[in-house]
Ligand binder design. Structure first.
Ligand SMILES: [Zn+2]
Length: 331
């Protein structure tokens, strides 16, 4: 790794950075290389070089990544440095290992690498809160700009028109879409991620050294979910709507335990907009997660519970790119 050590030691004294930049940046390079190799499969090259550049961006080339001098300062503690370094490494899988077929498929490179960077950060720092905070910040920005947003599926063309923010849709919303698939495939009993990991590995290994389109990815996802996923891709990749859910619940004792009535009012999206949204039920001891199909202006359901629920939360773990509000129960 090539680093301007002398300059960083000078800057390091100013910022009281305790660690040497070659070490913590080098650790992320080595750790993300090994994490992605285990998660997705072997990259195309056997050797990797990372080098510091005097700019504010990073860039990936086959077998080589450039990292901004900023990331060598080690002053950001919100996980964004880890995400940035791993994003550039992830391009060895997404963008270089599997190349987007057309400009419309750019999110398969940038969105996937951004997601991979967040996933790596969550794992290496063992910090779910920082992972969820990164998603929440991106969600709020995506929501704010949804009125002028271009669909992810428009790719680079979004940046060439007056409409839309290419980086926001392709990078951040692209990463959000992969995260939504991750949580959609989560085994709600064991919290196991086998299905999601198998999907990503299958997609990578099928198209390694080739080009892939969004439709190719959709087919791999469908193979692993076992259901058609056109509704999901239409809503999140080819559409720009972001739903608002207004949630209320009420529980009362019944012969077998408790009955919980759940109601979700959906707004800001077309009437046929549908999504599986997790619901987290916390009891005095233990908790349970179920999925609710939210579709149309109002969705109601009744759950039979073994005990009294203390709290019921709609959309835990930032599972769906949605604004969630709560309201009091009324019959
Ligand atoms: Zn990138």
């Amino acid at each position: 790794m090539q680093v301007n050590s002398e300059a960083h030691r000078t800057i390091g004294r100013v910022f009281l950075s305790a660690r040497r930049p070659e070490e913590f940046v080098g650790a992320d390079i080595a750790n993300s290389l090994s994490f992605f190799t285990r998660a997705f499969g072997p990259p195309l090259f056997h050797q990797y070089a990372a080098t510091e550049i005097p700019y504010y961006h990073g860039e990936a080339f086959p077998g080589l990544i450039h990292l901004s001098w900023m990331t060598f300062l080690g002053i950001r503690t919100d996980g964004s440095d880890e995400i940035f370094r791993a994003h550039e490494m992830a391009h060895q899988w997404w963008g270089i290992g599997v190349e987007p077929a057309t400009y419309r498929d750019a999110w398969l490179s940038e969105g996937f690498s951004d997601f991979a960077g967040m996933w790596y950060m969550q794992m290496v720092l063992r910090d779910n809160d920082k992972y969820l905070k990164a998603l929440k910040d991106a969600r709020q920005e995506i929501r704010r700009e949804r009125g002028t947003a271009a669909p992810i599926g428009l790719g680079r063309r979004a940046g060439q028109s007056w409409r839309g923010n290419y980086e926001l849709s392709t990078y951040k919303k692209g990463a959000w879409v992969v995260h939504m698939l991750r949580n959609l495939m989560l085994d709600t009993r064991t919290m196991g991620e086998d299905r999601f990991i198998a999907t990503m590995r299958d997609f990578y290994q099928t198209y390694r050294g080739k080009r892939a389109s969004t439709e190719d990815f959709q087919r791999v996802v469908e193979h692993h979910t076992g259901i058609p996923m056109d509704w999901f891709f239409n809503e999140w990749v080819y559409g720009t709507a972001v739903p608002t859910y207004t949630f209320s619940w009420n529980a009362e004792p019944d012969s077998g335990g408790f009955s919980a009535h759940l109601r979700v009012r959906q707004s800001d999206v077309p009437d046929d907009f549908a999504m599986y949204v997790p619901v987290l039920i916390k009891f005095a001891q233990g908790e349970a997660m179920v999925r609710l199909l939210v579709r149309g202006p109002t969705t109601e359901t009744t759950l039979k519970l073994p005990g009294e629920p203390k709290t019921i939360e709609l959309n835990p773990l930032e599972s769906v790119l949605a604004e969630v509000k709560t309201e009091g129960w009324h019959n």
